[in-house]
Write a protein that binds this ligand. Sequence first.
Ligand code: NI
Ligand code: MN
Length: 225
Amino acid sequence: MNLTYYGHSCFGVEVNGKHLLFDPFISQNPLAKNIDNTKIPSDYILISHAHQDHLADVEAIAKRTNAKIISNYEIVSYYEKKGMKGHGMNFGGSWQFDFGKVTYVVAIHSSQFPDGTFGGNPGGFIVESKEGNFYFAGDTALTMDMKLIGVRYKLDFALLPIGNNYTMDYFDAATCAEFIECDKIIGMHYDTFTPIKIDHENAIEEFERNGKELSLMKIGETIAM
Ligand code: NI
Ligand code: MN
């Protein structure tokens, strides 16, 4: 499995020969100006919720690649009306795709499209595959529900928001890592906007104190997981 960071909460995951793209927000992200989103591959686009900083590039990329959108029912319906294809889900539900199994899980946040359309309930994704299992949390507060993820799944790594203000901060994210029983955390949703700028060293140290590893990937970097 290969993991590529495109900035903010946008990641590409290559798993079982398929390209998954999470929460594409590239063309409007000044920190990602070196990323060419006309080159990003995607067979599936997974969207955690309907805020602009998680779906700004969905239409352009889905139209170019003919990717299938995986999200909650309301977000998928929104894009299906625009002629795109998708697979709608809701909390607790899972579906076996050709790359692996996806479960839509709880996030404590909100979800409204930039045009005011209701974007269903915000969520996160658990992906289970032959090449490994991971959790993409989306935008969320720390919640006791995360303990269920630790009970129910064996995670190899997790992508967690750490930037504070709109989501949990890195202290809560370190507690989340305990709740989900996962030692390898990739940070997301930090530095993009003024209210979510963080001190990288302090964040990494906070995870170390908890016996966990926090990776802050460079935008454009790919790592094998
Ligand atoms: Ni959001
Ligand atoms: Mn966000």
